[in-house]
Design a protein around this ligand. Structure first.
Ligand code: ATR
Length: 308
């Protein structure tokens, strides 16, 4: 099977997808997209569920994104996942989006229903399931420090933490203004009648060692939502001296296996996980949106882990 299709294949009516065996009726849109691991585990799920269709990668350049999304129904698609850089464009393209996707300003799952495009974001709910699976705890019970709160992934995670009502949320960003704006947006979620502890439940701090040190003492879970660590040559995101055995560290980066942050965290005795479980769970939630069926999670996990 051809590995990566192009936006024009969708915009021109999708004949090339109908001609496949089984026909492609789901896809991931991105640019670049060749690295995407979603087809491996989504196709395994489709086979396991006896659904006679396939899931393909489509490289969509920014200037064609809107047209490509809007062409999905006529091209015979049931839906699509969306990755970098099209999650905001997907929100603009859909006819309707759920509240969480609107709060995030991004859509990672599009479903075609009655010729209309519905938008969802399963990244945050996928993270909740991943944290439960990796650390056997609920996000809502944790004091979270989020690195890279100013990016698209960081925003989705921050909004999810707020909606969960997690114990505490510290938003860390290199450009402090972005985290401060997010605090202003989310503070309503933290004004509850929970007992007020000695430290604020929601605050923004800059990416500076002294500020980090002061807050990590009141943190259970560190989440990296920056792209730092994707390359093995990247500098350390946190000074290793700040890491300690009482922390859980979750890195949304998974392309290099265990990032430097996770290696340093492991060496410090912390519990660690990379973003593969979040990838799996956001995909399983997309499957459930498209088919209204429970996702065959174990089969999806095996297919994902079997990839080189
Ligand atoms: P997006 O397209 O999602 O916005 P991005 O530009 O790669 O992605 O940025 C993602 C996040 O990683 C941002 O919070 C960014 O910080 P800024 O808002 O200050 O740009 C953060 N980030 C990227 N590189 C970083 C680095 N070297 N150190 C610290 N944070 C970094």
């Amino acid at each position: 099977m051809q590995d990566v299709f192009c936006a024009e294949d969708v915009i021109s009516g999708g004949g090339v997808f109908a001609a496949l065996s089984p026909p492609a009726r789901l896809a991931v849109f991105g640019d670049p997209v060749a690295h995407s691991r979603s087809p491996a585990f989504q196709n395994a799920a489709l086979r396991a569920a006896g659904l006679d269709m396939s899931y393909v990668k489509i490289r969509v350049p920014t200037e064609l994104a809107l047209d490509a999304f809007r062409a999905l129904p006529a091209a015979g698609f049931l839906g699509a996942n969306v990755t970098i850089p099209h999650k905001a464009a997907a929100l603009a393209a859909v006819d309707e989006a759920d509240l969480y996707a609107r709060q995030c300003g991004s859509v990672n799952t599009v479903a075609v229903q009655g010729g209309r495009l519905l938008g969802f974001n399963t990244d945050g709910p996928g993270l909740v399931r991943a944290i439960r699976e990796e650390f056997q705890v609920d996000l809502r019970d944790l004091r979270v420090m989020l690195l890279g709160a100013g990016g698209g992934a960081g925003r989705a995670i921050a909004v999810q933490c707020a909606r969960e009502g997690c114990e505490r949320l510290v938003l860390v960003n290199r450009t402090p203004r972005k985290a401060e704006l997010l605090v202003a947006e989310l503070e309503g979620y933290f004004q509850t009648d929970r007992l007020v502890g000695p430290v604020e439940r929601l605050l923004a701090i800059p990416f500076e060692v002294n500020a980090l040190r002061a807050q990590i003492a009141h943190t259970d879970l560190v989440i990296n939502a920056t792209s730092v660590g994707m390359r093995r040559t990247d500098p350390p995101l946190l000074p290793p001296a700040l890491l300690n055995p009482s922390l859980m560290v979750f890195d949304t980066v998974y392309s290099s296996g265990f990032s430097r942050l996770l290696e340093d965290s492991l060496a410090a005795g912390a519990r660690c996980a990379n973003g593969l479980s979040m990838l799996l769970h956001q995909g399983a939630l997309s499957f459930e949106i498209w088919f209204d069926l429970p996702a065959p999670l174990d089969i999806m996990r095996r297919a994902l882990l079997a990839q080189p």
